[in-house]
Design a protein around this ligand. Structure first.
Ligand SMILES: [Zn+2]
Ligand SMILES: [Zn+2]
Length: 328
């Protein structure tokens, strides 16, 4: 969809969700406090989440920020490697594997080290005890990637690594009727896999159609394509040669605080991934105290009409940012 061009700073949201809408109404849930992520620079991040005049919630600075400054970093709530990258990246943090890992599991996936293996141990054990082949086949044949995130989240819930309602605070996408039918098929396959593994009914009581749909609708509109720039020189070359940007993504991830950043076609902030799925939010220019921080959800080098069409189709809003209004 997005041809390879020289991209201006952009923090690509997944834009596969054509026909979906990002509801621009103000969510009635209480905005979360900007709690520091584990890997943030010292102290809490200099941001707060507040209601904007036109775009629901947004992220604002609490002090001046210098150009190029790392504003904060964020660990994913959930992430998953792209199917094509499964053997090449850490199954937990998406870091590129250098081939020396002797920890490859029977399932053919590997972890980059003890830390990732340890923190994903519970959910990985749950996952390995279940035959997801029918679910995976369905996703592969329909070209779906988000169900992998839902599957991982369900395993994390079962392992006690996250809460059932962990994504509730995020904005859900509107799902058209045609998609609901497909989601019901996905859900039935996933539920069947858990049941066939002999898990007690009460343990998987959370796994309802409502839960599945709610999680998927939030993932669809809030997932980021993780593009790690710290890969090897060879992969950078192959990335440069890739004609379709999707080939450069090593996986998908959902974050909490970064999900509250609104869009601008000339953003003051962007997200980069240096070596793993930990997102780094960096200032693209000097930012004044109280200014809203905005990222670009799409390829900012696209022309105005293409950008606006993509944003409307993918996220359900008409972009009226200063750049669009200027006709650029
Ligand atoms: Zn790792
Ligand atoms: Zn715009």
């Amino acid at each position: 969809m997005l041809a390879s061009r020289v991209r201006r700073a952009c923090s690509l949201r997944s834009v596969e969700m054509l026909h979906l809408r990002r509801l621009s109404t103000v969510n009635d849930r209480t905005p979360p406090s900007a709690a520091p992520d584990a890997s943030s620079p010292a102290g809490p991040p200099p941001v707060r989440v507040a209601i904007t005049e036109t775009a629901g919630r947004g992220v604002f600075t609490t002090r001046s920020i210098g150009s190029g400054e790392l504003i904060h970093s964020a660990e994913p709530v959930v992430c998953h490697p792209s199917v094509d990258d499964l053997p090449a990246v850490c199954y937990s943090c998406l870091k590129a594997l250098d081939g020396s890992e002797d920890r490859r599991t029977a399932a053919g996936v590997a972890f980059c080290g003890e830390r990732c293996m340890g923190r994903s141990k519970g959910s990985f054990e749950v996952e390995m005890g279940i035959d997801f082949s029918a679910y995976h086949d369905y996703c592969r044949s329909h070209g779906l990637k988000y169900p992998l995130l839902v599957k991982r989240l369900a395993c994390m819930v079962l392992a006690g690594e996250t809460r059932v309602e962990c994504l509730d605070v995020l904005q859900p996408a509107y799902l058209p009727m045609g998609m609901i039918v497909q989601i019901e098929e996905e859900f039935a396959l996933l539920k069947r896999a858990f049941k066939a593994a002999g898990l007690m009914d009460e343990r998987i009581a959370f796994l309802t159609k409502n839960w599945y749909t709610g999680i998927l609708s939030r993932i669809r509109i809030n997932a980021f394509r993780v593009e790690i720039i710290g890969r090897s020189y060879e992969s950078l070359l192959s990335m440069a040669a890739a004609s379709v940007e999707a080939e450069t993504a090593v996986g998908n991830a959902v974050y909490m605080l970064p999900s509250f950043y609104n869009h601008d076609c000339d953003p003051n902030t962007h997200i980069i991934w240096l070596e793993s799925a930990v997102a780094r939010l960096k200032a693209l220019r000097e930012i004044q105290p109280g200014e809203e921080l905005r990222i670009c959800y799409i390829d900012a080098s696209l022309g105005r009409d293409a950008r606006r069409a993509l944003l409307y189709q993918g996220f359900g809003f008409q972009c009226n940012c200063p750049r669009c209004l200027s006709g650029d």
